[in-house]
Ligand binder design. Structure first.
Ligand code: DX5
Ligand code: ZN
Length: 229
């Protein structure tokens, strides 16, 4: 069921890499709505992370939505593998290849929800041609590749423009990068509903002190909901 309520999606890029199963169980128990998995290839972005086998392994520890963000190029050849690994949402970048239309069709053909990610330097010219093929638009508020970067405020205008273009279509607006208690109200007021947060959720906590995750998630959610009015 589609709704525009605020959803917090912790990015496990900031989790303990030796303990993903326990980390996923901990963030869900502490109120995470979705689990965000950042897949990086060392080519489209300057970092390397999770292959499909890793996603399939952690899937067993996630009860809710597994939100897979593919920062890889080429992307089409890997879509089926991430769908088989259990991704509920698969997001590809507009900048990752010449045929984003085909990529989005391929994602939907697997049965997964299709997400379209836009880097901070990317405009919205293509959006009217893609809006009816997507379930989510991911607005990058940092340049992709690493957690813990500073929020790029110029993206707020882009979020507002996308919200207006979506109208009443059932398309989520996800924000990825630099989401904190300070920036969550700005993006929520601009029209976002899915807030990815890595460092702001995991900092100060651990699987042995999971209540810190809960406090962090609740604070981001409260700040975003307050800004919605
Ligand atoms: C950046 C990733 C983000 C990142 C968010 O390339 O797509 O999901 O992990 O991390 P924070 O919230 O620390 O900016
Ligand atoms: Zn991401």
């Amino acid at each position: 069921m589609f709704d525009r309520s605020i959803k917090i999606a912790p990015s496990i890029l900031s989790a303990d890499f030796a303990n993903f199963g326990a980390e996923c169980r901990a963030i869900e128990a502490q109120g995470a709505d979705w689990v965000h998995v950042d897949v990086m290839d060392g080519h489209f972005v300057p970092n390397l992370t999770f292959g499909p086998a890793m996603c399939a392994a952690i899937r067993k520890h996630i009860k809710g939505v597994m939100d897979v963000h593919l920062m890889i190029s080429p992307v089409d050849a890997y879509i089926d593998a991430y769908a088989k690994a259990g991704a509920d949402v698969i997001t590809a970048h507009l900048e990752a290849g010449p045929h984003i239309h085909r990529t989005l069709q391929a994602i939907r053909a697997t049965g997964a929800k299709a997400g379209l990610a836009l880097n901070p330097g990317t405009g919205l010219d293509a959006l009217p041609h893609l809006l009816d093929m997507v379930d989510l638009i991911c607005v990058m508020t940092v340049n992709p590749g690493f957690g813990g970067q500073k929020f790029i405020g110029s993206q707020l205008e882009k979020i507002r423009a996308i919200r207006a273009m979506i109208g009443d279509r059932p398309v989520h607006i996800e924000i990825d990068g630099g989401v904190t208690v300070e920036t969550a109200p700005l993006v929520a007021a601009a029209g976002a509903d899915v807030l990815v947060a890595g460092s702001a959720v995991f900092s100060g906590g651990s699987v042995d002190s999971p209540s810190v995750y809960g406090t962090n998630i609740a604070a981001i959610r409260a700040a975003a909901e307050a800004a919605r009015g």
